[in-house]
Design a protein around this ligand. Structure first.
Ligand SMILES: [Zn+2]
Length: 67
């Protein structure tokens, strides 16, 4: 299963779409614009949880509804 997510760098606000590998958490992510290395926030297991926006749902879909 593959997802795409958009990661927004908290340092420079640069956004980039990245492929998310669902069965392998990504512990760090280097911003391709400014080079800042992002790590998950406390309680998160993956940079996509902390910085990513899930893009597999259509726009307008209600957050938190399964499916
Ligand atoms: Zn950046």
């Amino acid at each position: 299963m593959e997802l795409n997510s958009v990661i927004t760098c908290p340092s420079c606000r640069f956004s980039r779409r990245e492929r998310v590998v669902a069965d392998a958490c990504q512990w760090f992510y280097a911003c391709t614009n400014c080079g800042t290395v992002l790590h998950p926030r406390d309680g998160d297991h993956c940079v996509f949880s902390s910085y990513g926006v899930e893009m597999h749902r259509p726009f307008g879909f209600v957050e938190g509804v399964p499916g």
